[in-house]
Design a protein around this ligand. Structure first.
Ligand SMILES: CC(C)(COP(=O)(O)OP(=O)(O)OC[C@H]1O[C@@H](n2cnc3c(N)ncnc32)[C@H](O)[C@@H]1OP(=O)(O)O)[C@@H](O)C(=O)NCCC(=O)NCCS
Length: 163
């Protein structure tokens, strides 16, 4: 990852930049600008912004599961086309895990569609780095949960680990 990339806790004025970045990162689903603003405020402590030359080049939205405070749920990972393949997504996940508010975190969860090879590679690699097991199961099914309008989302659970 280029040294000049800075990883930061997002701030409220990043919301619209996140919105544009996610739009440029298929197959990610876009959310409303309002949702991105909440990610950059209420969920800022478990999210990360990557900045290069004053441009937002990466973003992870995440939150601690309300009922299971040992689990960081990673909602979306977006890395701009020109900064991919340099370890940025992995570094962003590690950056969140190293924060004081994640001290109790021993598991990561996320969901991935079967066809998203880059995402499977990223979380497979994270499991190896954390020396933890990766379990997968179906969380949201194409017909039952998406009425046929979206592919099934597989739940990935990594852990336990210490960071
Ligand atoms: C998925 C994504 C976030 C990866 O970002 P990145 O910064 O390039 O990822 P990293 O460089 O940290 O790579 C992490 C691992 O995944 C592998 N990987 C990344 N992209 C890959 C691809 N397209 N195909 C195969 N492997 C890939 C890397 O080789 C690396 O493995 P290693 O640690 O064993 O060497 C980025 O491609 C992206 O934004 N894609 C579009 C949005 C998306 O699908 N997000 C994920 C769903 S939430």
């Amino acid at each position: 990852m280029p040294l000049a990339i800075e990883l930061k806790v997002p701030k409220d004025t990043d919301g619209m930049l996140v919105h544009k970045l996610v739009q440029s990162c298929p197959p990610l689903d876009t959310n409303s600008a309002y949702c991105n603003l909440l990610q950059c405020t209420h969920f800022a402590d478990t999210s990360v912004a990557a900045v290069l030359d004053e441009q937002l080049v990466g973003f992870i939205s995440g939150y601690i599961l309300p009922a299971r405070p040992d689990t960081l749920f990673i909602w979306q990972v977006a890395v701009s086309d020109q900064t991919r393949g340099q370890g940025l997504a992995s570094k962003m996940i590690q950056h969140i895990l190293q924060r004081a508010n994640c001290e109790q975190v021993a598991f990561i969860e996320t969901t991935i569609t079967e066809s998203n090879e880059a995402s499977w590679a990223l979380f497979g690699s994270m499991a190896r780095k954390l020396e933890a097991t990766l379990e997968r199961s179906e969380m949201f099914e194409k017909q039952a949960h998406f009425h046929g309008e979206h592919d099934s989302e597989m739940l990935v659970r990594i852990g336990p680990f210490t960071c």
